[in-house]
Design a protein. Structure first.
Length: 98
């Protein structure tokens, strides 16, 4: 999968603005169950928000590095304790700008 351009990232951030966080990282951090849940969510939706609970022992930067590697997704944005990830479906539902 090719890297997202700035224009594509901006487009995905605009789409993610209205989405609720559907995956939550709790105090146990990044577990196998969480990664499996995120992979299932990315199969269902191309754009997913991940929220970190305040008592999570991992930092948002660490989550933003590790989750894309574990799921084959691409990082779109980190805003506070919320990370937005994108993984295109086959065929893609979200039309990205060139």
């Amino acid at each position: 999968m090719a890297q997202l351009t700035g224009k594509q990232r901006r487009h995905l951030r605009a789409l993610a603005n209205r989405l609720p966080a559907t995956v939550r990282v709790g105090k146990d951090g990044l577990t196998d169950a969480l990664i499996a849940s995120l992979a299932a969510e990315l199969s269902h939706r191309e754009l997913v928000k991940v929220a970190l609970n305040p008592n999570a022992e991992v930092t948002p930067a660490a989550v933003a590095r590790q989750l894309p590697e574990a799921t084959g997704a691409q990082w779109v944005q980190t805003l506070g304790r919320t990370i937005v990830l994108y993984r295109p479906a086959d065929p893609p539902e979200i039309a990205l700008p060139a």
